[in-house]
Design a protein around this ligand. Sequence first.
Ligand SMILES: [Zn+2]
Length: 128
Amino acid sequence: MAERAPRADRLPDIVLAILRQRAEPLTGVQLTELLRAEGQAAPLSAVFRAIRRLVDRGLARKIWIARAYVAVSAAAIIALHCRRCGALCEVEGTGVHEALDRLAAVRGFRAATAIVEVPGLCWRCRGR
Ligand SMILES: [Zn+2]
């Protein structure tokens, strides 16, 4: 299949669609390879610009412990990340986020955002 470069203004939407299809966080390099496999080759720098635009718009975020990106499903989530297979499970965490806001407020700190990431082993990997 002949590769064609997606227009720069369409790349964030294409990257977001890929992130939404996947159960695990993806790095910029992995996104670049997936784009190429779909015949939509784009340079890594363009992929990172697309990711930055998605993060700025609140549509994607970095999972720091995975050093990769996911589509944002909700504002107050807790990301459970399997250190063995890379699977990501997001659970609703409003109570945890409210508790973090209270802890921060006691110290006169107002958090712009709170990202709660919990490394561990998923049920599949625990069974191995
Ligand atoms: Zn696992």
